[in-house]
Design a protein around this ligand. Structure first.
Ligand SMILES: NC(=O)c1ccc[n+]([C@@H]2O[C@H](COP(=O)([O-])OP(=O)(O)OC[C@H]3O[C@@H](n4cnc5c(N)ncnc54)[C@H](OP(=O)(O)O)[C@@H]3O)[C@@H](O)[C@H]2O)c1
Length: 365
């Protein structure tokens, strides 16, 4: 039996990860969070190989607790990760257990490599960004890379449906709304602003045209290093309800001009409004990755990949990486040790394989 602890296991993504991993006969699941009663209640909805525990990611004795619990792999969902240190990953290294997180913080995911020597010495895998970005998006690019002699451009993004995101996700995204950050365009680093750069993007039916804006994601930092011929890496995201998207765009403009410091403290209010809008918001969401460059025949080549999720299944997509990787580790099929962003650890088939129960469809253009 492989013991997997999900920190934030009764949170938004944590719940989905637990529901999936609880089905595995060779995984013994621990559901963790600061509220022991909530963890125990959720664990009680499974059979007796699932246990709920009170555990604080910030506790100074975390490594000791992990050792005493006999954890083999820890999945960290307790964000927001922007501004967090690597205390949880370091505790895992000290306790000699694998560490997987769902971080979407650009510096956090990129900087995890600083733990590489220590993770290697401990013989464990420490990986950050096991979620839509960069795990899924890099798996898509890797999948189509062999079609290109040179890959010059990656333009990708996500349009969410109407389901209200968890608090940590909302805090993470709102934290950079209206704030400047750099992205590579035509070989130069240029400034863009969170949730600005407003435009429409056309997805395959039934999604259609959606509003998108700039987002500060790990891919902007990691892809130019991973794909050396790339001259543009541009990422946008949005929400399917135009009222919600455009009001966030307008308010993020107040941060951009300096009238507001940050939207992150408004995350609970944004979530309340989002809940009211759920009945009039679409239940389909989509991911797109556009790749352009020179094909094997020396001529211009492009590939557009989209993933459409129906029936409000989109919010489960970010969980595919952590589930697939935890299963791979439990089966002893991950040869890699050390620390780094979650790229190159899962193929597109492995990622989507963990989501086989969902109503989703790949579209290739
Ligand atoms: N990379 C990507 O593509 C991507 C996409 C979407 C989201 N994400 C990431 O996913 C993360 C999780 O999002 P979510 O929507 O699931 O958030 P959520 O619903 O707010 O869940 C967070 C969970 O963490 C727990 N938690 C918070 N602080 C803790 C601590 N100190 N110790 C232990 N548990 C703690 C919370 O429970 P208690 O407060 O009761 O402890 C809660 O259960 C976000 O931070 C976001 O960065 C990544």
């Amino acid at each position: 039996m492989n013991k997997v602890l999900v920190l934030g296991g009764y949170g938004n993504f944590g719940q989905t990860i637990c529901l999936l991993l609880a089905q595995d006969a060779d995984i013994r699941l621990l559901i963790g969070g600061r509220d022991g009663a909530r963890a125990a209640d959720f664990a009680a909805s499974f059979d007796n190989k699932v246990t709920g525990i009170a555990i604080d990611a910030q506790a100074v004795d975390l490594a000791g607790r992990l050792q005493n619990l006999g954890v083999d792999t820890l999945i960290q969902t307790a964000g927001p990760f922007q501004g967090q240190n690597y205390a949880v990953a370091e505790a895992c290294i000290n306790a000699r257990c694998n560490y997987i997180d769902l971080a979407d913080g650009r510096d956090f995911v990129d900087g995890i490599s600083s733990l590489d020597a220590r993770a290697n010495a401990a013989g464990v895998l420490v990986t950050s960004g096991a979620s839509s970005v960069p795990a899924l998006t890099s798996a898509v690019v890797d999948h189509f890379l062999s079609e290109f002699k040179e890959l010059h451009e990656i333009r990708h993004g996500i349009s969410a449906g109407g389901h209200t995101p968890g608090l940590a996700t909302m805090q993470g995204v709102l934290g950079y709304c209206g704030k400047p950050f750099l992205r590579l365009e035509n070989g130069e680093w240029v400034t863009t602003y969170g949730w600005q750069d407003l435009h429409r993007y056309r997805y395959a039916a039934p999604v259609g045209s959606r509003w998108l804006g700039s987002c500060d994601v790990p891919d902007l930092e990691i892809f130019p290093k991973r794909y050396p011929d790339v001259r543009s890496v541009v990422f946008h995201a949005g929400v399917g309800n135009p009222v919600s998207h455009l009001s966030t765009w307008a308010i993020s403009g107040l941060v951009r001009v300096g009238l507001l410091n940050s939207l992150a403290p408004l995350a609970p209010a944004f979530r309340r409004v989002n809940r009211w809008l759920e009945p009039v918001s679409p239940d389909v969401s989509a991911v797109h990755v556009e790749m352009r460059g020179i094909g094997l025949d020396g001529k211009a080549h492009s590939r557009i990949w989209q993933l459409i999720a129906f029936d409000n299944h989109g919010p489960q997509i970010p969980c595919g990486a952590a589930v697939a990787l935890a299963r791979k580790l439990a089966a002893g099929k991950v040869g890699v040790k050390g620390a780094g962003p979650c790229v190159g650890l899962l193929t597109l088939e492995e990622y989507l394989g963990a989501l086989a129960h969902l109503h989703i469809k790949q579209v290739m253009l």
